[in-house]
Design a protein around this ligand. Structure first.
Ligand SMILES: [Zn+2]
Length: 331
């Protein structure tokens, strides 16, 4: 964190910066970032956001337009980073990501997830110019965030399989390098599941590097393909079905267990890794009704029709979806 001003200056942003943060993340890291920038003579203004809707993006854009900063910094968990990333992209201003949690791979990806936009999934924004991830700050976040981040990384086991399947069936572009990078991240996090524990900075670093690699994989592929397959479609469908969804990575982790079953991949291993890091693997642990899981499974295929996945092959009905959730112990 203490290098924030140095990094901005090195990148050519020595004059002005605009910081998007939340009220809680302002206390955790936002105010420190502002202080450090001001101490180095960088004119730093900021705004607080509490949600990630199109209205938030519009409001932040208006502030950016007025302040005309050289760079926008998103300081916080996923929502603040998403709002900062998209509003900066819309205003053609470079963006730096300063995550305070390791809850999903949006901290390093070129995509942003915004509520109330026309699409229920992430939209292309811009890749961050830099990611300043301070493990000593992130390790202090609730472990639930890290467990969610593990779910988002372990989900790449099924996301990459879906991508490869789409390539075989529809001849869609498949990038070996981006796919390998995403898979490697999933393997490393699975291998390190035992040390991704509350307060373990080494485990936090491994998770962060994996999330960043997944973000880079998306930049290389030019889409979210290496990071987002049928398990993400399940999570997006769950977001649409529920009034109060669980965390993104928690949902895709559970989705990945069920999609691995459909792919005839080792779903039990995915499940045990999620359990090891303390992530949910059942509807109950997600805090949702079994019926919601079944509904989301059936709906998933329709969320993003152009994205070919294992769901296009299996065409789940209410009956087969229920069976799938039961066989994998989700309900
Ligand atoms: Zn994700």
């Amino acid at each position: 964190m203490e290098f924030v001003a140095q990094i901005c200056t090195k990148l050519g942003f020595a004059e002005s910066a605009f910081i998007v943060t939340g009220s809680r993340t302002y206390e955790v890291a936002g105010h420190r970032v502002i202080e450090l920038l001001k101490d180095s003579g960088i004119d730093a203004s900021h705004c607080l956001v509490s949600s990630h809707t199109m209205k938030d993006v519009d409001e932040v854009e208006a502030r950016i337009l007025k302040a005309k900063p050289q760079v926008v910094l998103g300081v916080g968990g996923g929502t603040k980073i998403d709002v900062a990333k998209l509003s900066a992209a819309n205003q053609n201003v470079p963006f730096i990501s300063v995550p305070t949690t390791a809850s999903h791979d949006g901290i390093a990806s070129p995509l942003a997830s915004i509520k109330g936009s026309k699409k229920p999934y992430s939209v292309m924004a811009q890749a961050p110019m830099a990611i300043i991830a301070d493990t000593s700050v992130i390790v202090q976040a609730l472990h639930r965030s890290a467990a969610s981040g593990c779910g988002d990384v372990i989900a790449k086991f099924t996301a990459v399989r879906d991508w490869h399947l789409a390539h075989k069936v529809t001849n869609e572009y498949y990038g070996e390098y981006a796919a390998s990078l995403a898979l490697m991240s999933a393997k490393l996090v699975a291998k390190s599941a035992e040390i991704i524990r509350p307060g373990n900075e080494k485990g936090t670093r491994i998770l962060l590097e994996a999330l960043i690699s997944c973000g880079v994989a998306m930049s290389i592929a030019g889409s979210s393909r290496p990071s987002s397959g049928s398990e993400h479609l399940f999570s997006h469908a769950l977001d649409m079905v529920l009034l109060k969804p669980a965390l993104h990575g928690e949902q895709v982790g559970v989705g990945s267990v069920m999609m691995a079953f459909l792919h005839k991949f080792n779903w039990r291993r995915i499940k045990s890794k999620l359990e090891k890091v303390g992530g949910p693997t059942t509807a109950e642990a997600l805090g949702v009704e079994p019926q919601n899981v079944v509904e989301a499974l059936v709906k998933a295929r329709t969320v993003r029709p152009e994205r070919y996945t294992i769901l296009n092959e299996k065409k789940l009905t209410y009956r087969s979806a229920r069976q799938l959730a039961k066989k994998t112990g989700v309900i």
